[in-house]
Design a protein around this ligand. Structure first.
Ligand SMILES: [Ca+2]
Ligand SMILES: [Ca+2]
Length: 288
């Protein structure tokens, strides 16, 4: 008997738990006096909740028939919500009727911005059907994420920049970021190796880049992003061999530390979230 009562009490607690949390959340929400900013999207209302104390949006609710059917953390400046759908600076950079996944059903593509000291642009793909669900969130870091169709597949590809070398041996203003393309395969976004691949650079272009990098390194008496910026662009387009050729040709004999630089560069590159894609793209099977 005692056991049954305990079980029943526990079950009741388990059932009540989420209701209590939701009530507490709603109460907290009211207490904080969030300011709603609504955008109508067919049967849906996208309700962006602003914390008026900081003048910044922190939550997105998707409503249908007066009910909240989806809710997520979502940070953005209020002016981003006020931009018309389709504005690249707004929360709906692709408008309201975009089919990101290429299945013929519209999705929400939403751009957020964390603001403050933590930069950062994020883009969410939320499928509306068969039910509202967050399919993916892309971290654009210091630059916006773009969704565009780059191939025969109707799904949009994701174009963003890898900021793994931000502040690496250089101030932010001199930090390079290389382009990455992701595509949707079996419901998951991953590195689009063949879309990222570019033809090998011409000898003339490589010679020009080597001359420019050498000049910058002689002036700085050490490596600068005039060297590793072009190296990254080459690596992110499947031309890793040309990148290391550039290093050999650009590095002035008067500047010490070439091998140490190469080890540090490789270590930093291996921290990239796209390291596996880069390895596939360049045919790297071992660390260099
Ligand atoms: Ca879709
Ligand atoms: Ca496509």
């Amino acid at each position: 008997m005692v056991f049954r009562s305990l079980t029943a009490a526990l079950l009741r607690l388990m059932v009540l738990g989420p209701c209590l949390s939701a009530a507490a959340w709603a109460q907290g929400d009211n207490a904080l006096n969030r300011v709603p900013h609504d955008i109508q999207a067919g049967d849906y209302t996208l309700r962006f909740l602003e914390d008026p104390e900081i003048g910044f949006v922190d939550t997105l609710q998707v409503m249908r028939g007066g009910e909240v059917v989806f809710e997520t953390l979502f940070e953005a400046f209020v002016h981003m919500v006020e931009e018309p759908p389709g504005s690249p600076d707004g929360v709906l950079p692709l408008g309201l009727d975009v089919d990101a996944t290429g299945d013929g059903r519209p999705d929400f593509v939403l751009q957020s911005y964390s603001g403050g000291a933590h930069c950062c642009y994020y883009t969410q793909v939320i499928e509306r059907q068969p039910e509202l669900a967050l399919l993916a969130e892309f971290d654009g870091s210091d630059s916006p994420v773009e969704l565009v169709n780059l191939d025969a597949d109707p799904a949009l590809e994701v174009v963003l920049y890898d900021w793994s070398f931000a502040y690496w041996k250089a101030p932010f203003s001199e930090s390079p970021a290389a382009k990455v393309i992701l595509d949707l395969q079996d419901g998951v976004y991953s590195g689009a190796v063949e879309l990222m691949r570019q033809p090998a650079p011409s000898a003339a272009l490589l010679a020009d880049q080597a001359t420019a990098a050498r000049k910058a390194m002689l002036a700085a008496k050490g490596p600068t992003s005039a060297l590793w910026g072009p190296m990254l662009d080459l690596i992110y387009s499947g031309n890793g061999d040309a990148a290391f050729d550039l290093l050999r040709r650009a590095w002035p004999a008067e500047v010490p530390g070439r091998e140490a630089f190469l080890v540090q560069f490789g270590a930093q590159l291996s921290l990239s979230p796209y390291w596996e894609t880069l390895s596939l793209l360049n045919g790297w099977t071992t660390d260099f």
